[in-house]
Each structure stands twice: as structure tokens, then as C-alpha cells.
Design a protein around this ligand. Structure first.
Ligand code: ADP
Length: 355
């Protein structure tokens, strides 16, 4: 550094202090980053290689720093393709030895006077990008299925109503179906909106003391619970819960809807609640088809459906329990399931009474 000749010593000392502090912060940042980060000099020499870069590539910082990038990255690296205006460029890099998974690198050129003066690279495992891509595809597939099915029914029924001379009774029945399918469409859209709120971590906005009975009534109304098909046995009087009334309603609605959906007509659904010290416990039990052991660990996962064959007999996207568990966790609660194939399932939700 040649600052001493042109600037008074007190200024250079101040600048040096600032530089040292800046470098310490940069070092700290690079060491906590979970993505691999590298700084490459204009001649292609690696100047910085953070710990995540070492883990992901299998090349230690000692070996990487001072080496040419071409000696470390076996294939895929072409830094000079990165635009000079600083727009990131994505490339897939492979490190030797063969067999190590490729990484997805984002390269940004550091420009000085309109020419590249080095590059900043961040990279993560390709698998993560693949997973995100797959998740996106699943979501799009699930959205189109969930929205298209009721839409197609509504359209077909509306056309029949328009094109055929139906008796008033028949027309009434057709309009009932249209109404039902419009509700289903509305619920699918609500679910999808909830999922995006779950992803964004913006769930719980308010918390108040609520009578569980009221929350349960709202949940039953939201799913248009059919008491004739599934007699409801409830023991919920006097129990209180604290939380957001809409979100608690949605959590109970998802679980109760499943209890009915996966039981034969005539089978009861039990909802029992009790206050235990500072927790409120709600158990929702059905005597339906149950869930096999091998599926139990996954049923709260996004898009998971225990039996793909169900797709043809019951509507559902595999989002219900994912949403329910996110809502319960947002309240500081827990959700668990016990189940036996052919005998039924019990979902137990607990909530802290005071958040
Ligand atoms: P879906 O939209 O398919 O109902 P959920 O996330 O609500 O999705 O549930 C995931 C899967 O868990 C369901 O497809 C079903 O296989 C299983 N499941 C959930 N609740 C029950 C239940 N009460 N009885 C039997 N199986 C259930």
C-alpha cells in the first residue's frame, strides 16, 4: 500500500484501522456463509475460499488460495463470460475427483474502468436447486389439478343448464353441484394462499383467548361438515385456547375434514378437548381406513398422500396436514398422530393456553 507518501500519517492510520475493521467483517461474513464463496483475481488465481467452499468442493482453503481456478474446477468454469455490468451468471461447475456432485455457481464480475478486475463466485449444491425446481413443478401440477377439476365440473353443469330444458328440480340439483364445486375451488385457493404464507413465515398475527367450542363450530361450518354421513361426538365444552381464531379454525378444519374423508359413511368422528395445566389438548379421532406405519412419518409433508390410488376416489392435494401442522407450530403447539390400518386414526393437537 502506497498511501503514506500522499496522505498525512493520522489519515492513513485512520484509513488502515477502517480497512482492518472492514476485513474482519468480511472474514466473519465469509466464514458464516452456508454457500461456498470465492474471490478470484483477474489472472484467474483464487484469492479467497471460505469454509463452505472447502466443504462443498472438497478442496481446502490452503490448497485453493493461490492456485488457478482452472486447477481446482475440473469443468464448467468460464469466468470471462460474466457480464461486465455485474449481472450474475449461472454455471454448473464440477470439482475433481469424479463422483463429487456438480455445483451451481453464480458469478459476478468486479469491474474497474469498464473491464473485469476479478470475480466473486458463490456456489451451492446442485441438488438444492434441483429440489427447488422439483418442488415448483409439483406445486404447479397440484395447483392445476386442484383448480381445474372443480372448474371443469362447474363448466359442464353450466352448459347443461344452458343447453337443455331441465325441470326446475333438476336445475336446482345442478345448481347445488355448481355451488359445491365453487366452494371447493374457493377452499383450494385458500389452501394455496395459506401455503405461501407458511413459506413466507407470516402466520400468526394476533392471539386472543377463545372458547374451543366456537373455533370448532367455525371449522365445521368452513368444511360444510356432513353430520349425517359422520355423526360427530364432541366433548369440548368449557375448554379455552389462545390464538388466532381464523388460523385455529383452519387447523381443526383440515384434520376434521380428513377424519370424515377417510372414513366410511356412518362412522363417527370424535372431537375431545381438555385443559391441562397451561396447555389445551384437542384429540380428533376417526374409525376410518387408518394410515400404515410406513406412511406415518411423512403425512405432514407437503404434497404427501399415503395412497396415490386415493387420487381417484378422494379429492385432496396432500397440503392439508402440512398446513395444519404449520398452523399449530405457529401457535407454539404440537400435532401428533396414532393410527392403525383398518381401525382409524387419532390426531392430537396441543396448544399453549397463553402464547
Ligand atoms: P389430502 O389433501 O390428501 O387429504 P393431507 O395432507 O390432509 O392431504 O393428508 C395427507 C395424507 O395423509 C392423506 O392423503 C391420507 O393418505 C393420510 N391421512 C390424513 N388424515 C387421515 C385420516 N384421518 N385417516 C387416514 N388417512 C389420513
Amino acid at each position: 500500500m502506497d498511501l503514506g507518501r500522499t496522505l498525512p500519517p493520522d489519515v492513513t492510520d485512520g484509513l488502515l484501522d477502517e480497512l482492518v475493521a472492514f476485513k474482519a467483517r468480511l472474514d466473519a461474513l465469509l466464514s458464516v456463509a452456508t454457500d461456498g464463496m470465492a474471490v478470484i483475481d483477474v489472472d484467474g488465481t483464487i484469492a479467497r475460499w471460505n469454509p463452505a467452499a472447502a466443504t462443498i468442493s472438497g478442496v481446502s482453503a490452503d490448497r485453493a488460495v493461490g492456485s488457478g481456478l482452472a486447477d481446482i474446477v475440473a469443468s464448467g468454469a468460464a469466468l470471462d463470460r460474466a457480464p461486465i455490468d455485474g449481472t450474475p451468471l449461472a454455471q454448473t461447475w464440477t470439482f475433481g475427483p469424479a463422483g463429487r456432485a456438480p455445483v451451481r455457481a453464480q458469478i459476478v464480475a468486479i469491474a474497474r474502468d469498464g473491464v473485469a478486475d476479478g470475480w466473486l463466485v458463490s456456489f451451492g449444491a446442485q441438488r438444492r436447486y434441483d429440489e427447488i425446481e422439483q418442488l415448483k413443478n409439483e406445486l404447479v401440477g397440484s395447483i392445476s389439478h386442484e383448480l381445474k377439476t372443480p372448474l371443469a365440473t362447474i363448466k359442464a353443469y353450466a352448459e347443461t343448464l344452458r343447453d337443455h330444458a331441465l325441470s326446475p328440480e333438476e336445475a336446482h340439483d345442478y345448481l347445488d353441484v355448481v355451488d359445491e364445486q365453487a366452494d371447493r375451488l374457493g377452499r383450494a385457493i385458500d389452501d394455496l394462499l395459506l401455503v405461501s404464507r407458511v413459506e413466507a413465515g407470516q402466520l400468526l398475527k394476533r392471539r386472543e383467548m377463545l372458547a374451543l367450542d366456537d373455533v370448532l363450530d367455525a371449522a365445521l361450518a368452513a368444511i360444510a361438515y356432513d353430520r349425517e354421513a359422520h355423526p360427530l361426538v364432541r366433548e369440548t365444552v368449557g375448554v379455552e385456547v389462545s390464538g388466532d381464531p381464523d388460523l385455529l379454525r383452519d387447523a381443526l378444519a383440515q384434520v376434521i375434514d380428513n377424519a370424515a374423508k377417510f372414513s366410511r359413511a356412518g362412522e363417527e368422528v370424535h372431537v375431545r378437548a381438555e385443559s391441562r395445566q397451561d396447555r389445551c389438548l384437542v384429540a380428533i379421532a376417526d374409525r376410518g381406513i387408518g394410515i400404515a406405519d410406513e406412511h406415518l412419518p411423512y403425512i405432514f409433508d407437503r404434497f404427501y398422500r399415503a395412497d396415490r390410488a386415493l387420487d381417484s376416489v378422494s379429492d385432496g392435494s396432500g397440503l392439508g396436514l402440512f398446513i395444519a401442522s404449520a398452523l399449530v407450530r405457529a401457535h407454539g403447539g404440537t400435532i401428533e398422530v396414532r393410527s392403525e390400518t383398518g381401525r382409524g386414526s387419532t390426531f392430537t393437537l396441543t396448544f399453549p393456553v397463553r402464547g
